[in-house]
Unconditional design. Structure first.
Lengths: 148, 143
């Protein structure tokens, strides 16, 4: 069954802000096998000009999972069957890297829903800020298989 | 980190970023699940993965993306110089329950030098003969 097109433009209820800690960054960097000193060593990060550890580019995925708005696209009214979903595309556009000490707020909206062959593409855009300042925009396209 | 960090003047269209080989095993998927909060069962449960038509457990697409991105951040040295990074997931990375897991080979090439001091890098990520990412591209600000 096709996704509910009324959802195009809908904005998720604001989730709780996410505190980014040094341990969160180190744990994520270790999980992706990345020993870049900027993620682990405060002194190294400062030598690069940052005030604290910076996070790997894809870290925002982990942050957004804990961001409270993850349930948004599970609303039955949208009609998304999670068993039929695969990840299509992901893009991060940064104003600056995420740093330890950031308090991230994420505002997610349904950018588009469109049919592509027998599938549907659901594009979600998340604006990420810390203390009101822009940090990044995350664009995520998920594929709903066979629902068009 | 590389001993010499590339500068904008150093690189030209066609500059190659050396290929790196990465191994993804079941334990890596479990670690990533914990660190990312993505506990989808197809990334750790073979029985469920096969029941939904997959050949076996598959790696998180975002783990593949993160791993491929290391080729860029290793090259540029300072990961904070990444201005954008985007990929399309073209094929799942199947991770067998053995001592080898999957071997991901990633390389890059400078595709464009932009007027704002950034360069665009196209990444190729393969497992065996198969490309697992399409249109993988990073834009980095060089010194």
């Amino acid at each position: 069954m096709p996704l509910n097109r009324d959802w195009i433009g809908r904005v998720a209820p604001k989730g709780d802000p996410v505190d980014v800690t040094r341990n969160d960054i180190r744990r994520f960097a270790t999980a992706i096998g990345d020993q870049n000193p900027a993620y682990h060593d405060l002194q190294a990060a400062r030598e690069l000009g940052y005030t604290d550890l910076i996070a790997p580019p894809t870290f925002l995925i982990a942050a957004s999972t804990g961001g409270g708005s993850g349930g948004f696209i599970h609303d039955p009214d949208l009609g998304l069957n999670y068993a039929m979903v695969v990840h299509g595309e992901e893009k991060f556009d940064f104003v600056r890297p995420v740093q330890a000490g950031d308090v991230l707020e994420m505002v997610q909206r349904v950018e588009n829903i469109q049919a592509k062959g027998s599938n549907e593409l659901l594009t979600l855009v998340t604006e990420v800020t810390s203390n009101g300042e822009p940090v990044a925009t995350v664009t995520n396209t998920i594929v709903s298989r066979g629902t068009a | 980190m590389p001993s010499s960090i590339p500068t904008y003047a150093d690189v030209s269209v066609g500059t190659e970023i050396p290929a790196q080989e990465f191994t993804l095993q079941r334990a890596d998927l479990v670690k990533y699940a914990g660190a990312s909060g993505d506990f989808n069962v197809i990334h750790w449960n073979e029985r469920v993965a096969k029941s939904v038509g997959l050949p076996n457990v598959i790696a998180h697409g975002m783990l593949t993306m993160a791993t491929a991105g290391r080729v860029v951040t290793d090259w540029v040295g300072d990961p904070g110089r990444v201005v954008s990074y985007g990929v399309r997931f073209s094929r799942p990375v199947v991770v067998e329950d053995d001592d080898k897991g999957a071997t991901l080979v990633v390389s890059g090439i400078v595709e464009e030098k932009n007027e704002d001091g950034t360069v665009s890098i196209a990444l190729t990520a393969t497992v065996g003969e198969n490309k697992v990412l399409m249109g993988a591209k990073a834009v980095v600000r060089l010194a």
